[in-house]
Design a protein. Structure first.
Length: 549
């Protein structure tokens, strides 16, 4: 049995209070970077708070950053593949074929679901908020159903390894919707009474979804109450448990851009850049005021003590002033304010560039500007520094989101019998690894081959200058293994490459063919020279050549 509804509600209130500092920061970020999001301040559907935004650089940069990570990570026909962890099994044709088929089916089901929309929504939180949260359940209309939940709607706890394994998600439904989701008989008595009132049946009520690891369960049992993770829905208003079930895998994927080891929530580029974003907004506001004063300046109106002016600064308007002996020929004139707008604009441009760099737009630009004329070394030099800055966050993206998400999707589809039975060889070692083939992942893997490309470019002139250097290169470099590592790093499918055993057999066959060709050439040379030598010498030469072959 799980905790009581009262215990769950009390625990959520405590976790929410512990999250309060992050809520305040996230609300500030939302005001300047993601105006349609809110954490503390509740907004009506469709409402956007843009009153504090005078410079849209951060808003656009955050959107481009999320879109860039999506495009260069999970977009494409093949952005991940499953491979056996055991190296011996990785060379088995039946095992390779099964993993290839499973990867194809799994990728197809993920990309044909609502994953792309949910992933982009989650990535916007990843680059602006303390955390992103995606949820995966078995779908009704499709095999997989993904949902992205906004920061502020959930509270989490880490396990001893710093991985989120407990979540309390708050959401609102009307009594009518609650009856549709769980059934009328599962509702509390008071909520059932609300269904009979026309005004109350559509009032929003708060509910909790509580998911946490079970301390005790029987893994041999197949029912929901004996799964590794408990799932409970709580009616907060009436402190009533609506349902209790479970999950084989943790269904929520909470990913932090960077974080401190002792904290449950993290720090995003939007949070780190908040001072610069605030500053450039204030500066842009000041520059707008200064520009308006330059174009439409304030005016000095003479006061003759007798009459008042009906002054108009509109284009083409006519203004009259009175000339008298006391004040002379005084007339209205603008107040010229000396403002250095260029210096202000230059400073704004520098801060805007800093914001764009903080959201890694230069990395996506570098990946986008790769051309066929660029050498591998040039490509690596262009992106290396930027990839190094992204590396820690990219590791979090893989370990906290992509890998557990793919693993859960695999489990759901496996239980739905979406794959062919695995080969018997996998009984030895069923463990597998996930390899990613998005542009960012491939660029990171290519950095491992940078030294090889630099070496080849350095010795290429020497090899063309002297056969000795070419022979030394061939004797030094393991060409098949080098090419295999480069092909693997570039994401080339194993369908286009030979295995190590097959490559070795082909090398042996080629060497044998070369030996036979050399022997045949030697025989031909001896035969052509037969007429020039004594008959006995020719016979001895032919016998020697045959023995050598």
């Amino acid at each position: 049995m799980g905790l009581s509804p009262q215990a769950h509600i009390k625990r959520y209130a405590r976790l929410k209070a512990e999250r309060s500092n992050f809520d305040i920061t996230a609300d500030d970020v939302a005001a300047y970077v993601a105006p349609r999001k809110a954490v503390v301040t509740e907004r009506s559907p469709g409402e956007q708070d843009t009153q504090q935004i005078y410079d849209e650089t951060a808003v656009l940069a955050a959107q481009k950053c999320a879109a860039g990570i999506y495009a260069y990570t999970i977009q494409g026909n093949r952005w991940f593949a499953l491979k056996p962890r055991n190296k011996m099994l990785a060379e088995n044709d039946a095992v390779k074929r099964w993993f290839s088929d499973v990867s194809e089916v799994l990728l197809g089901e993920i990309m044909s679901s609502n994953f792309p929309r949910s992933a982009y929504e989650g990535l916007q939180d990843w680059v602006t908020m303390p955390a992103m949260c995606l949820y995966l359940e078995e779908g009704k209309d499709s095999a997989l159903n993904f949902q992205a939940y906004a920061f502020g709607s959930y509270a989490v706890l880490n396990n001893a390894e710093g991985i989120v394994d407990t979540i309390y998600r708050s959401f609102k439904l009307t009594p009518r919707q609650a009856a549709q989701k769980w059934g009328v008989d599962k509702l509390s008595e008071k909520m059932r009474e609300m269904l009979d009132h026309e005004e109350k049946c559509d009032c929003l009520c708060e509910f909790l979804h509580c998911v946490y690891p079970r301390a005790e369960y029987d893994g041999k049992m197949k029912d929901a109450l004996n799964m590794p993770y408990a799932s409970e829905y709580i009616d907060v208003k009436y402190k009533h448990k609506l349902s209790e079930g479970g999950y084989q895998e943790f269904p929520y994927f909470v990913c932090r851009f960077t974080r401190k080891s002792e904290e449950c929530y993290g720090y995003s580029p939007g949070m780190d850049l908040l001072p610069a974003i605030r500053g450039v907004n204030k500066m842009q506001q000041t520059m707008l005021i200064a520009a308006e004063k330059a174009v439409n300046p304030p005016w000095l109106i003479p006061d003759d003590g007798v009459s008042s002016y009906n002054f108009s600064a509109r284009a083409g308007s006519k203004n009259y002033w009175r000339v008298n002996a006391v004040f002379g020929n005084n007339k209205p004139e603008p107040i010229i304010i000396q403002s250095d707008l260029k210096a202000g604009n230059d400073m704004i441009l520098r801060i805007q560039q800093k914001i764009n760099d903080g959201f890694m737009l230069d990395l996506f630009m570098a990946l986008q500007q790769q051309t066929d004329q660029m050498t591998a070394t040039e490509v690596l030099q262009r992106v290396e520094e930027k990839l190094n800055a992204l590396a820690p966050a990219w590791g979090n993206l893989e370990s906290e989101w992509l890998t557990p998400m793919i693993t859960r999707a695999l489990g759901i589809l496996f239980r739905r019998r979406a794959f062919a039975p695995p080969p018997q060889e996998l009984e030895i070692d069923p463990n597998f690894d996930i390899t990613y083939y998005g542009k960012i992942a491939l660029a990171a893997d290519m950095l491992k081959s940078r030294a090889f490309f630099q070496f080849v470019e350095a010795v290429a002139p020497l090899m063309s200058a002297s056969p000795e250097f070419a022979n030394a290169f061939n004797d030094t470099v393991n060409a098949p293994q080098s090419f295999r590592e480069i092909a693997y790093g570039m994401g080339l499918s194993s369908k286009f490459t030979y295995s190590e055993q097959e490559s070795a057999k082909r090398a042996e066959a080629r060497a044998a063919a070369q030996e036979q060709a050399a022997a045949a050439a030697q025989m031909e040379q001896l035969a052509s020279a037969a007429g020039k030598l004594p008959e006995k010498v020719v016979e001895q030469g032919i016998e020697s050549a045959g023995a050598a072959a």
